[in-house]
Design a protein around this ligand. Structure first.
Ligand SMILES: Nc1nc2c(ncn2[C@@H]2O[C@H](COP(=O)(O)OP(=O)(O)OP(=O)(O)O)[C@@H](O)[C@H]2O)c(=O)[nH]1
Length: 202
């Protein structure tokens, strides 16, 4: 049964990181507003959107943080990561340097994340472009080595965008340690109370 109209199961903080120009804002705006701007301006500091989606019949609220790729805007880096349950790390398949910088972004995640079980998703963006220089195999290999989810996408054509968020959120929801701290007696798909009583009153 869909829980769409009731209060959300949880609110998740999702971070989008990666080099400048790889398409972080474009992926967020395609997902949240279903729009694409071929002249998308660079993000200054951080942009922020709230939306919700239904996963396995449960409504989940998402706070999506779109961070600036440019180094000069990243003085607040530790606060971006605080409390995040999921991180989407984007590279551009037409830019080898954006792929080579993934190690740096993974190190940043490991340094600043406060949730040790944080779910990581690697997104190979701009697959609509003809001048690809990073193969799918290279992306997959990197993702495997770093134990992250992996998807190829295009914010321009929409390919893979919905899947990116669905797979990430699904994986987070399957990892209750990440999100159910304030609801210790509830598990997805069932209503149990470790202390023996029932909260739902039915
Ligand atoms: N062809 C194509 N262009 C894209 C795609 N995604 C983004 N772009 C373009 O790439 C440029 C940079 O996109 P942004 O979304 O601003 O990139 P960003 O990673 O947010 O950049 P910063 O804010 O500087 O960190 C813009 O001109 C976008 O229109 C895509 O999937 N395909």
């Amino acid at each position: 049964m869909s829980d769409d109209s009731s209060s959300p199961l949880t609110t998740l903080k999702i971070l989008i990181i990666g080099e400048s120009g790889v398409g972080k804002s474009s992926l967020m705006l395609r997902f949240v507003d279903d729009v694409f701007d071929p002249e998308q301006a660079a993000t200054i500091g951080v942009d922020f959107r709230v939306t919700s989606m239904v996963i396995d019949g449960n409504r989940v609220k998402l706070a999506i943080w779109d961070t600036a790729g440019q180094e000069r805007f990243r003085t607040l880096t530790p606060s971006y990561y605080r409390g995040a349950q999921g991180v989407i790390c984007v590279y551009d398949v037409t830019s080898r340097s954006s792929f080579e910088k993934l190690n740096h972004w993974m190190t940043e995640v490991d340094t600043y994340c406060t949730n040790e079980n944080i779910i990581k998703m690697m997104v190979a963006n701009k697959i609509d472009m003809p001048n690809r220089v990073v193969s799918r195999e290279e992306g997959l290999k990197f993702a495997k080595r770093h134990r992250t989810l992996f998807i190829e996408a295009s914010a321009k054509t929409k390919e893979g965008v919905q899947c990116t968020f669905e797979e990430l959120i699904e994986k987070i929801i399957q990892t209750p340690d990440l999100w159910d701290n304030d609801r210790p007696t509830f598990r997805l798909g069932q209503s149990t109370d470790a202390s023996g009583g029932s909260l739902c009153g039915c």
